[in-house]
Design a binder for this molecule. Sequence first.
Ligand code: NAP
Length: 275
Amino acid sequence: MKTLTGKDLAAAIRAQTAAEATAGPQPRLAVVVATADDAGLWYVRSIAKAAAGVGIACDLVDLGPDARPERIGETLTRLSADPNVHGVILQTPLPAGASAQELAGSIDPRKDVDGANPLSLGRLAAGLPAFPPATAAAVMALLDHYEVDLLGRRAVVVGRSTVVGKPLAHLLLDRHATVTVCHSRTRDLAAVTSTAEVLVAATGRAGLIGPAHVAPGAVVIDVGTNPTPDGGLTGDVDFDAVAGVAGALTPVPGGVGPVTTALLLRHTARAANLP
Ligand code: NAP
């Protein structure tokens, strides 16, 4: 079984991004935050640190956990109109009553570097240029990095969120995989997932995917990041048990996660260079 780590790929993407970011005017990413959630704030700080490492300016726009949806929307509109800002992301969770999908509609698609505006998903579905959500793009980047053939292959995605499952299904379809999307109402999940040559788990359910869910030799990508009681992270795949069946498997942490952050920054550098 091959472990598909994301560390080297993420480093290569960061190096390319640093070269792109320093070739022209400095790219600037604005991260809008309206939460007191520890995990959300930790993620935002990690983006800011990674941005600094590749020469991208990063502004944290903290509206506080009680921000009204109107204020969040106005802020996204203002940042989208600011010629000095090239990428805009809205960190979740949001205050009660605020819908991330509704609000992300205020992000200019050309600055929507995490593919959150429903227009970006629509363009992706239509095969038009758009920034995909960085996580979905990271899954594709890992598959490419490890030269996983997708043409005509049976791919199963478990999870249908607009940030991971749905955009990923479109990206896999574009690469000519035969795609099935599973969710919480799927009957006999293992019967479906065990047909996959490429299996992606994106559910947020720790250990949901066990050996019975996986075909011998399958490539398994674990998007899940579930907190453990000791302060660590674990995936949606029971790594040790599935390692005995799968042909290749991403670890958590150290698989999809580092590539996601690197691609968010690459998208920002590209957004800064759009004609
Ligand atoms: P989400 O919005 O909660 O969606 C979860 C999806 O999983 C839903 O479609 C749900 O089905 C499905 N699901 C839940 N339980 C299931 C079950 N027992 N069997 C089959 N399907 C089930 O989550 P998300 O935002 O897509 O995130 C998914 C995971 O990826 C989370 O662990 C998140 O932390 C992680 N994540 C990681 C990164 C990264 O960079 N590594 C980035 C983003 C997210 P229904 O639609 O029927 O409810």
